[in-house]
Design a binder for this molecule. Structure first.
Ligand code: TYM
Length: 341
């Protein structure tokens, strides 16, 4: 996706858009639920990926640490195979059209809708001392991210489905009121990997912000650490290696193994039939470590080349801004704002 003029591929192929919050590092959950699909989709779609740095401000951050995490995420996404020759990759805060569209969408979203979001309720409970406006407005910024580029498909994990539904509601409502303006996007949720669970509590989502380091695995961790974390993964009673509701630990590990190797869960069950939990956990850890080894190496290379990251980020932000501006201008006209163009 090199250009954004009227006759470029961005207008012909379907548009894929997704973002990730730069907190901690990219986890196995982020990778299997979203980022690995981003890489694959670049072949067939025009893709727009960004670091959702504005979203991350809804929680208090130490500025210097946050800036480093943002750069680290950029390097990690490049290392995960996001190719700037094919896709746009930039920082959300570098494209002001995201926040500008958000305001107009805010005026077309009800407080009741926003306050019903599960993530808002969860985060409000978790950060009771900092229930800021941004926390509630978070999904409206997400809707702006998506609608700004008339995105067709949004590759995400299942935890973002509710936000996608709200985005669709906002788009339909706006189109009904002002005439056809926005594309109504579809979520693209993988069948295997839509929700990877914590290695320490397999009933909870693996989360970047989990304070227990043993609960998550990062794409830039070394092999020994990854294997050790899998050896320590919480499993269930019994000794059968099968995916079943009463075996959340083993089910999670089978899901991870299947998603990382490209096998089905049934094939994974067959492969480990008769093995002990110990052998199985090491095999899953080794498969994950093998998949992440090249990412870790490329990450170090990209992180050391800040000039390259800056060039990519600036160039992509400029293109995204020009493309998004066209939708934004249309939206402004539709709602009756004066334009002297
Ligand atoms: P974030 O940063 O929490 O997560 C990034 C992506 O990873 C997926 N994911 C998971 N998938 C499977 N298992 C898990 N344990 C797991 N944890 C996270 C998420 O579903 C997500 O796809 N609000 C978004 C970022 C965002 C965005 C957007 C996404 C901002 N604007 C526009 C799509 C479109 C978020 O916080 O993702």
């Amino acid at each position: 996706m090199a250009e954004t003029t009227d006759k470029t591929p961005i207008e012909r192929k379907k548009i894929v858009l997704s973002g990730i919050q730069p907190t901690g590092t990219i986890t196995l959950g982020n990778y299997l639920g979203a980022v690995s699909n981003w890489g694959k989709m670049q072949q067939d779609y025009d893709c727009i990926f960004f670091i959702a740095d504005l979203h991350a401000l809804t929680v208090r951050r130490e500025p210097a640490e946050f800036r480093q995490a943002c750069l680290g995420f950029f390097a990690q996404l490049l290392a995960c195979g996001i190719d700037p020759a094919k896709s746009l990759l930039y920082f959300q805060s570098h494209v002001p059209e995201h926040a500008e569209l958000q305001w107009i969408l805010n005026c077309n979203t009800y407080v009741g809708e926003a306050s019903r979001m599960t993530q808002y309720k969860d985060k409000s409970a978790k950060h009771a001392d900092n229930i800021n406006m941004g926390l509630m407005d978070y999904p409206v910024l997400m809707a702006a991210d998506i609608l700004l580029f008339r995105s067709d498909l949004v590759p995400v994990g299942i935890d973002q489905k509710q936000h996608l539904e709200l985005t669709r509601d906002i788009a339909v409502r706006f189109n009904n009121r002002y005439g056809d303006t926005f594309t109504v996007p579809e979520p693209y949720i993988p069948r295997t990997g839509e929700k990877i669970c914590s290695l320490q509590d397999p009933t909870a989502k693996m989360s970047k912000s989990d304070p227990d380091a043993n609960a998550t695995v990062s794409v830039i961790e070394d092999e020994a650490t990854i294997v050790r974390k899998f050896k320590r993964a919480v499993t269930d009673s019994g000794n059968e290696i099968v995916a079943r509701a009463d075996k959340p630990g083993i089910t999670n590990l089978l899901t991870i193994y299947a998603a990382i190797t490209g096998k089905t869960v049934a094939e994974a069950e067959k492969e480990f039939a008769g093995s002990g939990y110990g052998t199985f956990k090491v095999a899953v850890g080794e498969a994950v470590a093998a998949a992440f080894a090249p990412i870790r190496a490329d990450y170090a290379r990209y992180l050391a080349d800040k000039a390259y990251m800056a060039e990519v980020a600036k160039d992509c932000a400029q293109k995204a801004s020009a493309f998004g501006r066209r939708t934004l201008d249309k939206v402004k006209r539709k709602v009756g704002l004066v334009s002297f163009k």
